[in-house]
Design a protein around this ligand. Structure first.
Ligand code: NAI
Length: 390
């Protein structure tokens, strides 16, 4: 169980790029990072609007002279200080991730970046090589995979409790973009423009969460081939999609079905996962993250609750609130940030043995998400054809 005791020697000196007052995801970062005393928010280039960013930063408790107008100024200002930040989170639109990450790494700063990490696998490989050369960590905020019951599913699969995995069924949908984009805010505008979003809309925006969570639960399954069918129901969003389905063949013979959509009108279900094995199935949704449905063929169905002693050690180890009390998205983000802090701390101490067995979403996880997107787009652009996974 995690109880807030500090697990690294001292808090990491932390800065943020983006995630300003009007940003959607910034508070999730701060909720995650500031929970366990493992990060201290000391600097930021929080906003494209420099004055608003400064006002916002000072209200977060950041010194005025460390609220910068641009990320370039942040890097210059902080690297010139003895007590400058050592890790920077990037919570800006997709098209900026690559250049800001590279600039931070080149300046010797660890990075925690939003997903989808970059536009291409080639960019991911370039950054992975740079991080390796500089001895720095790149963490990726797949914020849903800190939930304790995600790790319960992974442990049950590992123990063979489901039998051989046969079916992977995943859905992340909502209806917020069911209407057209007249009068849309900034967050919708950049998401529906290939120049700022990359080669996908909902596949990258929400589908990468499904894909990464499936990697956490089923690390032994690799994709052989997939078929992706995507469509823009609102034509102005083309060539990007507001709806997609992906069929998957895995190397163990399992079959997958994935649905992402932001035009599922009225739907507030968010994410749903069902992993079916030869003996039993598990089903989990982030709408009810405290509960896991466990169905064994021929037995009464069970609902497992987070924090209960009958759960696997791997799940209990990352529980924060304890059974009976709600454990939610903020707790999941706190776990992600804690695991990345532990990775940075180990890197700084040169503890490669710790790093080799430490679980956190790093550059490989970010790269695999981008690889999945590239394969989806290749299939969709070939007319929803089956493609070998590359
Ligand atoms: P947003 O458009 O709501 O906010 C972006 C923020 O970044 C704003 O504060 C803006 O002023 C600032 N900004 C933009 N360019 C900047 C720059 N060059 N320098 C400094 N600040 C800059 O975007 P949203 O929805 O917060 O998404 C940001 C990123 O987070 C995206 O990559 C998105 O895919 C990801 N995201 C991830 C989620 C998750 O669960 N991990 C959830 C929501 C978004």
């Amino acid at each position: 169980m995690i109880n807030g005791e500090r697990t690294i020697a001292r808090p990491l000196r932390w800065g943020m790029v983006g995630g300003g007052r009007t940003g959607q995801v910034g508070y999730k970062h701060r909720t995650g990072a500031l929970r366990d005393g493992t990060y201290q928010l000391l600097a930021g280039a929080f906003d494209l609007d420099a004055a608003r960013g400064r006002d916002f930063g000072t209200r977060l408790g950041v010194a005025e002279d460390r609220c910068y107008a641009t990320y370039q100024e942040l890097i210059a200002g902080e690297t010139a200080r003895e007590d400058g930040v050592e890790v920077v989170s990037i919570a800006t639109p997709n098209f900026t991730h690559f250049e800001i990450t590279k600039a931070c790494l080149e300046a010797g700063l660890h990075v925690i970046c939003e997903k989808p990490l970059f536009f291409t696998v080639a960019e991911c490989d370039e950054v992975a090589a740079l991080a390796r050369e500089k001895g720095l960590i790149v963490g990726v905020t797949y914020g849903f995979t800190g939930h304790p019951l995600v790790h319960q599913m992974a442990a049950m699969v590992k123990k063979g409790m489901l039998g051989d995995i046969r079916i992977v069924d995943m859905q992340y949908t909502h209806g917020f973009n069911s209407g057209d984009d007249t009068g849309a805010g900034e967050a919708v505008k950049w998401r529906t423009n290939p120049a700022t979003a990359g080669s996908t809309f909902v596949l990258g925006d929400i589908g990468t969460h499904l894909y990464y969570l499936s990697e956490v639960v089923l690390p032994h399954l690799k994709i052989d081939k997939l078929l992706c069918d995507r469509k823009a129901f609102i034509p102005t969003r083309a060539p990007l999609e507001d709806h997609a389905t992906v069929l998957t063949h895995y190397d163990n013979g399992a079959r997958g079905r994935l649905w992402v959509s932001s035009v599922n009108a009225g739907n507030m279900g968010s994410q749903r996962y069902r992993f079916v094995g030869s003996r039993a199935s598990v089903e989990w949704s982030d709408a009810h993250p405290d509960q896991l449905i466990y169905e064994v063929q021929g037995e009464p169905n069970r609902t497992l609750h987070h924090g209960m002693p009958y759960l696997e050690e791997e799940s209990l180890a990352v529980d924060r609130m304890g059974a009976l009390h709600t454990e939610g998205l903020g707790d999941s983000w706190a776990n992600i940030y804690l695991w990345i802090a532990q990775a940075i701390d180990a890197k700084q101490r040169g503890d490669e043995a710790f790093l080799s067995s430490h679980h956190y979403p790093g550059i490989e996880a970010g790269t695999e998400g981008v690889r999945w997107l590239e394969n989806c787009v290749r299939s969709a652009d070939a007319g929803a054809a089956w493609v070998d996974y590359q």
